[in-house]
Design a protein around this ligand. Structure first.
Ligand SMILES: [Zn+2]
Length: 199
């Protein structure tokens, strides 16, 4: 019999997906997620756990051209952010991303937006090639790129563990983050924290 309190045992078929933990999304960046920096030490714990078990780690990143369609100058909703090769597009300095991690760049062309790490990338192909079935997803922001990545993951048939201690929301409307978590749960994602992960 299983209960919500059962520990999650990590093993073959599991992968960690770190979504968009980039300087521009942290306090001081051009599109800061409130308390976005708080996910970094928690993600470092997940990264160490997955690396110790030699499980695959993926880090998605926004990697926009300077004239990206999501920028206000083009009529989009956001200030310029994560312009490819710029300092703001770099992974957060304090994120201990191992060299073995695979970086997935998204929304890399001017007229294409991609909140999901699966959109216009080879992430799904890479996961299938390594027989990955269950994804542990954390990062920024809950109500945009985490939500859309989890939506696609569920649609593609992956089991999803949402790392609720390693996500933060933009909250353009105050309830956006909470609503996104509810949607992900209703799509089948299980909401977990570090304490739920077994050794
Ligand atoms: Zn973007």
């Amino acid at each position: 019999m299983s209960t919500a309190r059962d520990k999650v045992a990590l093993g073959p078929g599991d992968a960690l997906i770190v979504v968009d933990v980039q300087r521009d999304f942290l306090p001081g960046g051009s599109l800061p997620v409130p308390q976005g920096d708080e996910v970094v030490p928690v993600l470092n714990s997940y990264l160490a756990t997955f690396a110790a078990k030699a499980l695959p780690i993926y880090a998605t990143r926004d990697w926009h051209p300077a004239n990206h369609c999501s920028f206000k100058a083009r009529g989009g909703p956001w200030p310029p952010h994560c312009v490819a090769e710029s300092p703001g597009a770099r992974v957060a300095a304090a994120l201990a991303l191992p060299l073995s991690a695979t970086v997935i760049s998204k929304a890399t062309t001017a007229d294409q937006e991609a909140y999901s790490g699966f959109e216009g990338t080879d992430l799904d192909a890479r996961l299938r090639a390594t027989r990955t079935r269950r994804l542990f997803v954390g990062g920024l922001a809950t109500d945009y790129c985490v939500l859309n990545t989890v939506r696609d993951a569920c649609k593609l048939g992956y089991e999803v563990m949402l790392l609720t201690d390693a996500i933060r929301a933009v909250n353009v409307s105050p309830e956006d983050g909470r609503r996104a978590e509810g949607e992900m749960r209703s799509l089948g994602a299980r909401l977990v924290t570090l304490t739920d992960i077994g050794a």
